[in-house]
Design a protein around this ligand. Sequence first.
Ligand code: ATP
Length: 344
Amino acid sequence: MSSVRLESIRKVYGEEVAVDGIDLEIQDGETLGIVGPSGCGKTTTLRTIAGFETPTDGHVTFDGIDVTHVPPEKRNVGLVFQSYALFETKTVRKNVTFGLQMRDVPKAERRKRADELLELLDIADLADRNPATLSGGQQQRVGLARALAIEPHVLLLDEPMTGLDAELKLKLRDEIGSLLDELDVTALYVTHDQEEAMAMCDRIAVLNDGQVEQVGTPDRIYRQPANEFVATFVGTSNILTGTARNGRIDLGFTELVTDIQETGEVTVAARPEDFSLGGPVDATVLETTYLGQRMDLRAELPDDSVVTIHVDGDADYRAGDVVGVEIDPEKIQIFSTGTRERTT
Ligand code: ATP
């Protein structure tokens, strides 16, 4: 078993509260993603697990054993960073076997394990090359092989795809995602790219201001965001305000029939795909973006709010067109305006 638990972790630097009471568990074999805006505490959380930071308060446990004060080199964690940090003077194979050598693993076994990983990552033919002669994507694979070679208790990845081109990112994220699944590695994946996290992680923790806003499967985070912050940070949400009464929400220009119990001011988060065409609400198209299968419309609703609406790619709209739309009350998320938490 390889689980990691963070209990009430706080990290304060002088006046700056970087992490403000985080409870998180990375379960055995799972990839947990951490997403959140710049400065929300993602890297500090990862560094606390690695042992590079000692928390001001709280505990880190590996399989129930408290490692809060165990130095990084004794924690057996694998690290993959954006800057590949490979040894420039060693071959690819030597880079991968290095950690095993430090752990006194016999030479034949070191080589066997390295070659297996290089094979798995599809870079066996690069074993004798020098890292300086490799592309960014190849170097990142070597970094991953090196981190996995030591069979870490937990693999920590901090923005590993940053700096790679878009196409390579997509390819690597699929490959790495499957590999982590296949090898049953317990991993923490830090990224500011929520789409990447959705594609690669079993569960995602959304952080904001040093606190966890929500933890859940990508699907749950997207479809049932716990609050307005998560609804707007993960994916696109159009935020509308209205008044709830007797199960209906009055948005001013239309009324939505829902099962809301609450009465009073509410915030409605509607995804671009929660709108359908042919409805009673006049939306004036401001801008269109053609994306092949889909077209994105920026449109103004009768209350002057501007929303993003997804329509089929074969639609033919132009700026200035007035389109009748409808908001699907079954799909929208409703939050109390006061607390910004979901109402149901
Ligand atoms: P980014 O996405 O920009 O990398 P992050 O979510 O990883 O951000 P952290 O690097 O964990 O955020 O930083 C959290 C907060 O703590 C920030 O406000 C940062 O300025 C502060 N911080 C981090 N490390 C230190 C430090 N060594 N000294 C002082 N403040 C720090």
